[in-house]
Design a protein around this ligand. Structure first.
Ligand code: KG4
Ligand code: ZN
Length: 338
């Protein structure tokens, strides 16, 4: 069964064809990062306009690369939530037009469910139930994945997402947007124990995250040093910052796995590309005898293959979208119905 996936929730216009939920036949991503970088972050209106300009070519290229016609496609899976509303509406409207003219069924896919599915592409043997940490630019969630379409979010960020914290710390350290990967590279050269940074705790929920205090600590360190005319070793601060974020992400995830009796852990989202996180999570999983799954680097960031993969599981579970499908900017994963 072939699913065409379409993704436009943020700053990547993406389309892909995936066979039976696991085998990527084509995967096209048109990124807008270079343009948004000029503004230090994603500018929603520019993102919508670029999606509008690019989506036809991106979807056509995904079908062409797959050597398939629209009539060969069993269903169209499109990201409808959460994300930038103007950006989502481009993908949703385009997918509705395609479905209407071709008669191919339409399936609405939740973006976070898509990130979770990225591990189905990279690991053919992975099956629910398992515990998944999703850490991206917009989200930091610990999720009980009980089936391919049933989720319970048991931990979430109370303020900044992990990727957002990486990007803000990176900006303070003088790196370009999005700075997560630059912190990752600098951390390899620095001493992770050079600085001691706060591990903010969240009252009342043992699995929730709070990253804004950590971001502020980095900003204060850099500003105080510059006021005193002191030089801060950027690699050391990057390494210490990364160690702290990883300790927080890994700590909460492992605690949730132990308490919930999970033996299998997955990590997904843009931050799952971080080498420090992959290493720290692997070490913790080895110590506890847990099996760890992380996506291959191609599928960590936003892409449409993960949307097509989840679209397959949604489709075979009976989920369908009508021509009244709308984009939704904010929609908790465990509030979707299949
Ligand atoms: O999943 P994603 O592509 O988009 C969202 O859905 O938000 O995640 C983007 C985030 C950005 O904050 C980016 O800095 C971060 O993922 N990221 C990284 C790395 N690569 C991307 N953060 C830390 N280390 C990396 N290697
Ligand atoms: Zn994403």
């Amino acid at each position: 069964m072939y699913i065409l996936g379409i993704e436009s929730s943020c700053d990547e216009t993406a389309a892909a064809v995936v066979k039976d939920g696991r085998e990527v036949i084509s995967n096209i991503v048109a990124t807008q990062i270079a343009e948004h970088r000029l503004y230090g972050g994603v500018v929603p209106e520019i993102a919508s306009r670029r999606h509008c300009e690019n989506i036809y070519q991106v979807v056509s290229a995904a079908l062409e690369d797959a050597h398939l016609k629209l009539s060969d496609i069993d269903a169209i899976g499109v990201t409808y939530a959460p994300g930038l509303i103007g950006a989502l509406l481009v993908g949703v409207s385009f997918a509705k037009g395609l479905s209407l003219t071709s008669g191919v069924p339409l399936v609405n896919v939740h973006h976070i469910a898509g990130h979770i599915a990225s591990n189905y592409i990279s690991h053919k043997e992975l099956e629910p139930p398992y515990l998944c940490l999703v850490a991206s630019g917009g989200h930091s969630h610990i999720i009980e994945v009980s089936s391919y379409t049933k989720y319970k979010v048991i931990g979430r960020t109370r303020d900044d997402a992990a990727g957002e914290c990486f990007d803000k710390a990176a900006r303070t350290l003088g790196f370009e947007y999005p700075g997560g990967k630059f912190i990752d590279a600098a951390a390899k050269r620095g001493d992770p124990f050079a600085f001691s940074l706060p591990h903010p705790r969240v009252q009342g929920s043992e699995y929730d995250f709070s990253f804004s205090g950590l971001k502020t600590a980095v900003i204060n360190l850099v500003h105080n040093a510059s006021q005193k005319g002191e030089e801060i070793n950027r690699d050391d601060l990057a390494a210490s910052f990364q160690r702290t974020v990883c300790e927080i992400l890994v700590g909460n995830t492992i605690k949730a796995a132990v308490n919930g009796g999970y033996k299998t852990i997955a990590v997904a989202g843009g931050v799952s590309a971080n080498s420090g996180l992959r290493e720290a999570m692997q070490k913790a999983c080895d110590e506890h005898g847990f099996k760890l799954y992380v996506p291959s680097l191609t599928y960590c960031g936003d892409n449409a293959a993960m949307i097509a993969s989840q679209g397959y599981y949604d489709y075979i579970s009976g989920k369908r979208a009508g021509l009244d499908l709308n984009g939704i900017a904010t929609l908790p994963l465990d509030k979707i119905s299949v």
